[in-house]
Design a binder for this molecule. Structure first.
Ligand code: FEO
Ligand code: CA
Ligand code: CA
Length: 661
């Protein structure tokens, strides 16, 4: 997203709303370690990396010489593509990248054709692929029977937000700070959400959309069920759902997750910006999340229940007569069964309420709890994990497993150890922390609605905007991107630069390889940035083959290669040494890290999934040409010269049709 700070149609990007007195870690670390960091951010990290066997023991480099041409035995077997400012997707020699299902592609209903002048109606948009592709997963069409078909499946993807100037023929119609067209706002709401689309690989290797009863659009208006400890809570009661069990829509769906039982999870990130409260002192469940006095798109300014619900200002005696609690029905992880188009999406409240970037599961074991991790992508927010109360049983377990369990938040100690702190109202340590902080919660539902405050109270570690997580398929180590943090004023070991414009990747290993436990050890995997302020996994500066900044998307392929996607914005994107946003591949065994793909202009590279045979990789390109006006486009990808830019999926294959690596 760009650094646009307009009130209306601003980007709503990851605001700072953690004003808790929670110490930064450096307040509690030993003086000599503090000096180490103060001696130079990169030097501090290097020294820190040096004491960590996992990194210190990395194998000798396998890449050599100009062009970083890899040796044959490399697990990253391609020559890095250079930094690029071209308005196209570039992949290494021997690979092919083809745009697929761009915004506006018809997938259901009347299959309305995309109109180049953006004059499709709101109803058309509800039957077409949404805007701003993000998290994504390929489900083999026979997945429910345990199959692994690679030529036919359901592609499920998020549509995080919109560029209103590109969504409408002449941009959005406004009068002052008020919206005037219900049709326009309905189209905006319908451009959000999730797409489920059945796709098939044709004989020549191209992928095609199937007309299918499984194809589905879930939007910002789709009916959703609330589940878990918060279902029916007094703070969920609204005019629409007086018993606090339902809500409408999912918004700002960033990354995603896939459950062990084969459903899709979509994660609500910067939802707070869609709501407004003009109450003089908004309640903590709004204030701590940054709900302001005006919504980013002004939806709340239109009359009618479908729009007024975005206005959380108290306007009635009872909460069942206004929408003061509507924002409390957002900030959750939503479960969708892609194989049942009639199913109602379910918001799983036990996983906590914050700016969820995504969610990633630890490997499952029969008879053990399921464990998943989720980051809160705002400046100085936290990393969480959920451990189910009940145990996992293949072919029997379902989403109800996510309705009861313990939500933990991470504390990263300066010595490389870490703890998971329970946000559980029945836990004596949590009770003591609440008493000491003078914070009271009436019940566990209130703890979960106020997840950020609960994490403040227990003393979690403030992180540099936690984005995606990924779990190494062999070692079980958990990797998380920390994309950047302009608001960091003091460095600490897990976030060693203040401010941190470039971001880094942290990883941890659960004690005794038990993902449900409460202790772990951590280290830093990579410090992004230019050559003079970065470190690769081997402790060396990044070079022309892998300089990058603002790591965001993160994914492990089945063979343990780490795929890293970037989301730079503003001047870093337009004037930095990094070129357009990109995707790299990194081998944790050798430390080799090489740029695999560069995106078009003013686009984020985000979202990645592959077919089981690893012959097709799907990658999302989000918001090409962000900042365009209705008449002047700063990108023309993917349709070409003069054309309106569109978010799209990219299908990446090898020219010889073999496995990608
Ligand atoms: Fe939607 Fe945190 O990126
Ligand atoms: Ca992201
Ligand atoms: Ca991002």
């Amino acid at each position: 997203m760009t650094d646009n700070d307009n009130v209306l149609f601003g980007n709503g990007d990851e605001p700072l709303s953690n004003r808790s007195p929670n110490p930064h870690l450096n307040d509690i670390i030993a003086h000599d370690r503090r000096r180490l960091v103060a001696g130079g951010a990169a030097a501090g990290v290097l020294a820190f990396l040096g004491v960590l066997p996992a990194v210190a023991g990395a194998a000798e480099p396998l890449a050599r010489g100009p062009g970083s041409a890899p040796l044959k035995r490399s697990r990253v077997p391609f020559a890095a593509v250079p930094v690029s400012r071209a308005d196209e997707v570039i992949v290494p020699q021997g690979y092919r990248a083809t745009a697929f299902i761009p915004w506006g592609t018809p997938i259901t209903g009347r299959y309305p054709a995309y109109l180049e002048d953006a004059s499709n109606s709101a109803q058309d948009q509800a039957e077409q692929i949404g805007m701003h592709h993000d998290g994504m997963h390929f489900f083999p069409i026979d997945a429910q029977r345990g199959g692994r078909r690679s030529d036919h499946g359901l592609l499920v993807l998020n549509h995080e937000y919109i560029d209103a100037p590109l969504l409408h023929p002449n941009g959005p119609t406004v009068s002052g700070n008020r919206r005037v067209s219900a049709e326009e706002v309905r189209k905006e709401i319908n451009a959000h959400g999730v797409s489920v689309v059945e796709i098939r690989r044709e004989v020549r290797g191209d992928w095609a959309v199937m007309p299918s009863s499984l194809n589905r659009r879930i939007t910002g208006a789709t009916t959703m069920e609330m589940a878990g400890p918060v279902r029916g809570h007094a703070l969920l009661r609204t005019r629409y759902s007086p018993d606090g069990t339902r809500t409408r829509g999912t918004l700002n769906n960033c990354s995603h997750g896939v459950t062990p039982w084969g459903t899709y999870l979509t994660c609500e990130e910067n939802w707070a910006g869609y709501f407004a409260s003009r109450d003089p002192e908004p309640p903590r469940e709004l204030a701590r999340y940054g709900v302001g006095s005006a919504g980013r798109y002004g939806w709340e300014t239109l009359p009618g229940d479908e729009f007024r619900r975005f206005d959380a200002t108290r306007s009635a005696q009872e909460p069942t007569a206004d929408y003061r609690n509507e924002p409390n029905t957002f900030g959750w992880i939503v479960e969708i069964d892609p194989f049942d188009p009639a199913s109602t999406p379910v918001k799983r409240t036990a996983l906590g309420r914050f700016a969820h970037e995504g969610v990633v599961f630890a490997p499952t074991r029969a008879g053990r709890p399921v464990v998943c991790y989720s980051g809160d992508d705002s400046q100085n927010e936290y990393i969480y994990k959920f451990v189910s109360r009940d145990t996992f049983h293949p072919r029997r377990s379902d989403g109800r497993l996510l309705d009861a369990g313990t939500l933990y938040v991470a504390r990263f100690n300066a010595d490389g150890s870490g703890e998971w702190l329970a946000l559980d109202i029945a836990d004596p340590a949590f009770q003591q922390a609440c008493a000491a902080a003078g914070v009271a919660f009436a019940d566990q539902g209130e703890v979960l609605i106020n997840t950020r405050l609960a994490a403040d109270v227990i003393g979690a570690t403030k992180m540099d905007r936690p984005e995606w997580g990924a779990v190494h398929p062999d070692t079980g180590e958990v990797y998380f991107t920390l994309t950047n943090n302009a608001a960091r004023t003091t460095a600490d070991e897990p976030n060693p630069r203040a401010p941190n414009p470039y971001g880094h990747i942290i990883r941890w290993r659960e004690a005794s390889a038990d993902h449900s436990g409460t202790r772990f050890t951590w280290d830093l995997y990579l410090l992004a940035g230019p050559q003079d302020d970065s470190r690769d996994p081997r402790g060396r500066p990044l070079d022309e083959h892998n300089i990058c900044a603002s790591p965001d998307g993160l994914w492990f392929d089945d063979e343990g290669r780490l795929w890293i996607q970037t989301d730079m914005s503003g001047s870093q994107l337009s004037a930095g040494p990094f070129g357009n946003n990109q995707m790299l591949v990194s081998d944790p065994n050798s430390g080799e890290t090489r740029r695999f793909l560069t995106g078009p202009r003013v686009a984020e590279v985000t979202g990645i999934t592959a077919t089981p045979d690893f012959r097709t990789l799907f990658v999302n390109i989000q918001h090409p040409g962000e900042g365009s006006t209705p008449t002047e486009f700063s990108s023309h990808w993917p349709d070409g010269a003069g054309r309106r830019p569109r978010s799209a999926t990219v299908v990446v294959t090898r020219e010889d049709g073999r496995r990608l690596m």
